[in-house]
Ligand binder design. Structure first.
Ligand SMILES: [Zn+2]
Length: 509
């Protein structure tokens, strides 16, 4: 039987990056985009080019370097926005322009301050304008679920007539409920005469926890593109989670038997961890599909059942998403060849100098921790890659703490070929070390959030610290890993400061 393909449109790098505090730098965005290509999503939406020069550059780089998926970026239905989108994506193998305008009375009246006919014409003009650049043009009707159906259908018809190849019906504020949303899609499919000339897309937000359910019901009613994000991140409560949609379509292929997707599910686990780590947003343990508890059975009856026959209580096999966690991989005696091989298995290819730097960090870790797991390698890699922008590096750290002593820290940093040493006290050893670093760098960012997680189980586990720093209206995430949580905290702080410095020199350019 011929099944219909569901186009998976990933917006982790656009809507997902709008998650508060999840700002990524260019290298990090590129790294996620390359992993999304390995995951084999159909479309990568990677930014909003007119919003900032940094965003523009990142989109441009992804368009040049990431092969496979369609590369798109977003802009309002205005010529300068569309020009910026095209300039940024034109080098892609398959570029798509994505433009949008609101269609709900509340948005048109209060935000746009324009009447519905003017808004409709703006949309049509925007599509025609984008069409001069490329054939692949997507139009989104923002706040569609709170729009009037007649008007919605008129806009959809008009933008398709103007040349839109994909029309997106977003539930921008996460207001829809499944049955109603399915009916809305069906109404559009039935009422718009030229609907067969375009793909209908949906983009659901999770304010009521219904984003995935709404997306799936839309598919059953005619939508053929689903916009979703890794780990369900995105504005406010987030967007529909990519991994949940894909795994639901896979596991319940008996129910969704008329559809298929082309995502390589074995890359889900890795993509999920990468996004979580680079954005500094932990994955809740009970998160569907990818939470660490998703494959843990604690009830005695369930354990008994799973031991006798896995499928008694487990519908998803961890291997489906490439997530066999906790496998021992390497020790201090593993040579360069073995380490390089494991990195390749995880999808990382390093140049010789990068590899040597990584290998030194690996040996340091393997000395302290007898067994190195794949999660450890990933955590090290995620810290390592930000070294490219490194300006200050940690040479030496000594801290004093205890119930009767005044916490103090000696920090030695290297910048270019210069060495700086400072000693400071503080409320605790981490505070003391941060004070010493501030003295050296001259920055004094505000610590907004501090997050510590054990990368694996056990007393010798690698600790991963992610912190959110605020400095002069800029929010930066820093990450550091070590078996010593104070050192991990210091590395995270330096990582954040180096990013601040890199951003400054970027903005100055
Ligand atoms: Zn959105």
């Amino acid at each position: 039987m011929m099944t219909e393909k569901i186009i998976i449109f990933d917006s982790t790098l656009r809507d997902g990056e709008q998650t508060p505090g999840a700002k990524l730098n260019e290298e990090e965005k590129l790294k996620i985009a390359k992993q999304l290509a390995r995951l084999n999503v159909d479309v990568i939406e990677c930014g909003f080019p007119i919003s900032s020069p940094g965003d523009f550059k990142a989109v441009q780089r992804i368009a040049k370097e990431v092969k496979g998926p369609i590369i798109t970026a977003l802009g309002r239905a205005l010529k300068p926005d569309i020009d910026a989108v095209w300039e940024a994506i034109k080098a892609a193998e398959r570029p798509r322009i994505h433009t949008f305008l609101s269609s709900s009375p509340i948005h048109m009246q209060y935000q746009l301050r324009k009447d519905p006919e003017t808004v409709l014409n703006m949309g049509v003009e925007a599509v025609k304008y984008a069409k001069k650049y490329t054939d692949d043009v997507q139009y989104s009707l923002m706040d569609a679920t709170r729009s009037e159906l007649d008007y919605l259908c008129r806009v959809v018809e008009a933008v398709i007539a103007a040349g839109a190849t994909v029309v997106n019906i977003p539930d921008t504020v996460g207001y829809a409920v499944p049955e109603q949303f399915g009916e809305l899609i069906q109404q559009i499919m039935n009422r718009v005469p030229n609907i067969d000339k375009a793909v209908i897309s949906v983009h659901c937000h999770n304010d009521l926890g219904l984003a995935v359910a709404n997306s799936l019901v839309a598919v059953q009613n005619g939508a053929r593109q689903v916009e979703c994000n890794i780990n369900g991140i995105g504005e406010r409560a987030g967007n529909a989670a990519l991994e949940e949609i894909v795994v639901a379509l896979t596991i319940r292929s008996d129910y969704f038997q008329n559809y298929h997707h082309q995502v390589n599910t074995k890359e889900i686990y890795k993509t999920s961890r990468l996004v979580s780590s680079l954005m500094g947003i932990p994955i809740p343990v009970n998160k569907a599909v990818i939470g660490t508890n998703a494959f843990v059975h604690s009830s005695g009856i369930h354990q008994d059942g799973v031991l006798k026959h896995t499928e008694t209580y487990e519908i998803i096999n961890a291997e489906l998403i490439g997530g066999k966690a906790g496998q021992m991989m390497l020790t201090a005696r593993s040579g360069r060849h073995a380490v390089r091989h494991q990195l390749q298995e995880l999808g990382f290819t390093l140049h010789d100098t990068e590899f040597e730097e990584f290998f030194a960090r690996f040996l340091e870790l393997a000395d302290k921790k007898k067994e190195v797991y794949r999660e450890d390698l990933e955590a090290l890699m995620n810290e390592n890659m930000t070294h490219t922008a490194s300006i200050y590096s940690l040479e030496y750290l000594q801290t004093v703490s205890g119930s009767k002593s005044i916490p103090a820290a000696v920090v030695k940093l290297k910048k270019d070929d210069e060495i700086f040493v400072e000693t400071e006290t503080g409320a605790g050893p981490i505070d003391a070390a941060y004070n010493a670093i501030d003295k050296i760098t001259g920055f004094k960012p505000r610590l907004e959030k501090y997050n510590l997680r054990g990368v694996t189980e056990g007393r010798d586990a690698l600790g991963e610290v992610s912190i959110t720093l605020e400095y002069q209206d800029k929010t930066i995430i820093g990450r550091g890993t070590s078996t010593d949580i104070i050192e991990a905290s210091v590395r995270a702080y330096l990582n954040g400061i180096n990013k601040l410095l890199a951003q400054r020199s970027n903005d100055a350019r």
